[in-house]
Design a protein around this ligand. Structure first.
Ligand code: MN
Ligand code: MN
Length: 322
């Protein structure tokens, strides 16, 4: 598939459910904003149920559908975790340089690690430490690197590369290999990023489904229909959970509620579902109570960067500088 080509005006169809697709560049920017906002909303919502089982969640929350903080990190309501933090590192590095500069991303990750965040994944920590100690920008392939840590933070790399598939692959895989170098992680990142691109361009559910089905054809481990039910930090379980709820629901809210109530790596499945469902349903699809519950500084930054990243993308006529 190719996401290259100019921004074309689109008729505003309604794709089942509650999706309204505003036409033209403003509609695309809306969906880019919603994609990054979706990362933060899903992260904040899912942090409450991270590492819980579905039955523990039912017992404690009934259906968890409010941003209330808590969870094992004892978050204040509206606070986000490493998923959003690392996404913002990438966004700031891209916006600072006006392009994708791997070393700038690594520097942002290093500064973030030095700030002693409470929830750094083991593979992320190792990769960032290897950069800090050895200047290593590409982690060697490792069979243990098939976690979801590269997938959870890739939204900015997808947004700013819309319209240039080579730039997209360089940015998405470049940021991934700083910490995670595994074919299943790579394939998951590329697939999710392509789905974000398609959704921003206004494509419908069946076109996104073809992208997910292509991933399953290439890597049958990712088969998600019927849903195997695991929601761990293994990138296969993570994407199965995201795809199952994205394709079996008809709103951003139902998708995210389904995902975070599976528990497991719920903040991360929430962030990734939010990235794809946000790009698909747009800002109007994100419940206002969730948007308003987000930490205001985070909300302001993800919304501004989502728009800014798309405006500097090749699809908006800004060819890659380097
Ligand atoms: Mn997290
Ligand atoms: Mn997590």
């Amino acid at each position: 598939m190719s996401s290259s080509g100019p921004v074309s005006p689109q008729s505003p169809p309604v794709d089942g459910g509650r999706r309204v697709v505003p036409a033209g560049p403003e509609g695309m920017i809306d969906r880019a904003v919603a994609s990054f906002l979706g990362v933060a909303v899903g992260d904040a919502l899912g942090a409450t149920t991270e590492f819980m089982t579905p039955s523990e969640i039912r017992e404690k929350h009934g259906v968890h559908d409010r941003i209330t903080g808590g969870g094992w990190l004892r978050l204040k309501p509206g606070k986000v975790t490493d998923d959003t933090d690392m996404s913002l590192c990438i966004a700031r590095a891209i916006l600072e340089k006006g392009t994708f500069d791997l070393r700038a991303v690594a520097e942002r990750f290093a500064a973030w690690l030095r700030s002693s965040p409470p929830d750094v994944g083991a593979t992320c920590r190792k990769g960032i430490r290897d950069y800090m100690l050895k200047g290593q920008l590409v982690s060697p392939p490792n069979e243990w690197d098939a976690g979801n840590g590269a997938l959870m933070r890739m939204a900015p790399a997808a947004l700013f590369s819309l319209g240039d598939d080579a730039l997209f692959e360089r940015a998405v895989i470049g940021q991934a290999h700083l910490t995670h170098n595994h074919p299943l992680s790579d394939a998951a990142c590329l697939c999710a990023g392509r789905m974000v691109h398609l959704a921003i361009r206004g494509e419908g559910r069946s076109r996104l489904r073809r992208e997910a089905d292509a991933l399953v054809a290439a890597h049958p481990d990712f088969r998600f229909d019927p849903y195997p039910g695991e929601a761990s930090g293994y990138v296969v379980h993570t994407l199965q959970t995201v795809f199952h709820f994205f394709f079996s629901t008809r709103s951003f809210e139902d998708c995210l509620v389904g995902v975070v109530n599976r528990g497991g790596d719920a903040d991360t499945t929430g962030a990734i579902a939010g990235m794809i469902a946000g790009a698909y349903y747009g800002v109007a699809g994100i419940p206002d109570r969730w948007r308003k519950a987000l930490d205001p500084a985070v909300r302001t930054e993800v919304e501004a960067s989502g728009a800014h990243l798309l405006r500097i993308s090749p699809a908006f006529g800004r060819p890659e500088a380097s």
